[in-house]
Ligand binder design. Structure first.
Ligand SMILES: [Cu+2]
Length: 154
């Protein structure tokens, strides 16, 4: 009799464990899928984005965006040279912004619904979107209108 009670308890625990695992996986999966939805899209995109690393740096000419990247991006090391990013239409793009300045900065490109929050010193934020229209666009910091860069979709 006592043994049977013990078994029932074990089974209950097993069931709770399984339910727990299912809940954790669903919640985790929800966040993973959600993070795959571009900010200007409605469904998740499975695929590797083209990554662009954008820093905001203080210079003697004022704060500026500096591109330290990769594919399609013209590296801008000079504080007076504004970054130019060139991509192809339909590409999945990730902007990884890091603020290396003591004052706050953000990065915005309205045409693609790209908006970071105001980032503090060494704070980062990544935004993934689809380059779904061709043209020449400008990304900028709303706190410093002189901070900008060019985004070209071919
Ligand atoms: Cu700024």
């Amino acid at each position: 009799m006592g043994k049977q009670k013990h078994q029932t308890k074990l089974e209950k625990n097993t069931i709770f464990t399984i339910i727990g695992i299912i809940v954790i996986c669903s919640v985790g999966g929800y966040y993973v899928i959600n993070s795959m939805i571009p900010v200007n899209g409605s469904s998740p995109v499975f695929g590797a984005p083209a990554n662009f690393y954008v820093k905001s740096l203080p210079t003697q000419h004022g704060p500026t965006f500096v591109l330290s990247s990769t594919k399609g991006g013209k590296k801008s090391f000079s504080p007076t040279l504004k970054p130019i990013v060139t991509v192809n239409r339909g590409e999945l793009i990730s902007f990884h912004m890091i603020n290396e300045d003591y004052q706050k900065h953000n990065l915005n490109m309205d045409e693609f619904n790209v908006h970071t929050k105001d980032l503090s010193y060494f704070e980062t934020q990544s935004i993934t979107f689809i380059a779904d229209k061709t043209g020449k666009f400008t990304f900028h910091c709303t706190l410093h209108p002189e901070m900008s860069g060019t985004f070209i979709v071919k």
